[in-house]
Design a protein around this ligand. Structure first.
Ligand code: ATP
Length: 407
């Protein structure tokens, strides 16, 4: 596939390279967790990314296998697992050919032989390979993972959770017999591009990262943690470490918070800049700039106000915020509607056509709690009357706030 520098539309130069992120690691090491997060992050940045989970392919042939299916001496099991891997890789390459940029192969890929096959196959199609290994020997954490997510996997549907956990433990033992960690022993793998995350990123090895997009994925993955915490979003006053924008209205809100909360102002949390339309009502924009009004309705995510910003611009400046949120613990972010929509879209995986139209009412507190493969949302509405600042596509509905960028 051709390799040339392009601007991908998010204002960032990325190489026109195709990347396959190949997960590596024993079962219950968070490979699917990492794969799903990488996909969500890249999609949020408008980089086409897609996970290909070999387990899902295998399930069509072997829906509820017991641990002995994964015994390397089980030739029938080995044949089916190999066929599943081949089908996943073939689909991933087809998807990359049709415009995909980052394919994520979610499987154990636990032997050097298997990794070499993936590498050669991808390279043969002009696709770069970034291996991402998750290594973890904390038995308590592994068993917690098994109980949390594996006993509810389709592999064990309708089965006793205790028996399922025991069977999964046996499955892990099957893989332990053949598992080889990546690189580090003067092997051919020292030439590979890889990221090795040990004990949930307490220690990290980065080997031969080749380009900008790879380094971004690596930087993001290094910042992930799995400690329980929540992210609170509000345009309102509620209780934590509080991040606000530099604009008066969010600082004013946060002033009412108890003084022992750490408060930090971020320029990146300032409201979408509506340029020449700043201070105008929607009706005034429609009267003075009818083409702009229509263009924004047509594609609100990409429309950039004259002398101002688009939602796409806001997402780009929010990237450091997302990185810090990922690194951090409990946090309350008090900010403006467009910015909240972008942050919310990241956590809730909302696509670009819908996220700019979401209704985020005033005096509402949103609690987002990251879980194994997604985010749980809760909302509280304070019983405070407020004029809605939301407007439907095509309408110029009146609103209390004269800053259209905030709507
Ligand atoms: P399998 O090979 O069976 O598909 P897996 O490696 O994909 O297993 P996941 O299904 O992703 O494992 O396991 C999810 C659990 O792993 C979650 O409970 C999550 O908190 C935890 N987890 C996430 N990252 C890590 C990590 N780096 N090390 C260990 N556990 C992790």
């Amino acid at each position: 596939m051709a390799s040339k520098a392009i601007t991908n539309g998010i204002g960032v130069q990325v190489e026109d390279t195709k990347i396959c992120v190949v997960m590596v690691g024993l079962p219950a090491r968070g490979k699917s967790f990492i794969a799903q997060k990488a996909q969500r992050y890249l999609q949020w940045l408008s980089i086409p990314a897609q996970v290909f989970n070999v387990g899902n392919y295998r399930r069509s042939d072997a829906p509820q296998p017991t641990a002995d299916f994964f015994d390397m001496n089980n030739t029938e099991g080995e044949r089916k697992r190999r066929a599943a891997a081949e089908a996943a890789v073939a689909d991933m390459l087809a998807w990359l050919r049709s415009g995909g940029v980052v394919g994520i192969l979610d499987a154990t890929n636990s032997t050097k032989e298997r990794r070499k096959w993936v590498l050669d196959t991808c390279n043969g199609h002009g696709v770069e390979v970034l291996f991402v290994e998750s290594k973890c020997d904390d038995e308590d954490l592994i068993m917690a993972n098994v109980r949390d997510v594996k006993t509810t996997s389709p592999d064990y549907k309708g089965q006793d959770p205790e028996k399922a956990a025991q069977d999964f433990r046996n499955r892990i033992k099957m893989y332990e017999k053949i598992y080889e960690t990546i690189g580090g022993d003067d092997s051919e793998e020292d030439e590979y591009t890889y990221l090795k995350l040990m004990d949930v990123s307490k220690q990290v090895i980065i080997n031969r990262i080749q380009d900008y997009l790879q380094s971004r994925v690596v930087y993001y993955l290094m910042n992930l943690h799995i400690r329980p915490r929540s992210i609170w979003l509000s345009r309102d006053d509620r209780p934590l470490t509080v991040w606000t924008s530099t604009l008066k209205r969010t600082i004013a809100t946060s002033r009412f918070l108890p003084s022992h909360y750490n408060q930090l102002q971020w320029k990146a949390l300032d409201e979408l800049d509506s340029g020449v339309c700043d201070g105008l009502t929607y009706q005034e924009i429609k009267d003075r700039y009818p083409d702009d009004f229509a263009a924004r309705d047509e594609d609100k995510y990409n429309y950039r106000y004259r002398g101002g910003e688009s939602y796409r611009d806001v997402v780009i400046r929010l990237e450091p915020i997302i990185m810090e949120v990922e690194r951090g613990e409990d946090i309350l972010i008090v900010t403006h509607q467009a910015v909240l929509r972008c942050i919310y879209a990241y956590f809730m995986k909302k696509d670009h056509t819908r996220s700019p139209w979401m209704n985020v009412p005033l005096h509402t507190l949103i609690k987002l709690t990251p879980k194994a493969y997604g985010t749980v949302e809760e909302r509280w509405e304070a019983n405070i009357p407020a004029v809605s600042t939301w407007r439907a596509k095509g309408s110029t509905a009146k609103h209390e706030n004269p800053t259209p960028g905030s709507l």
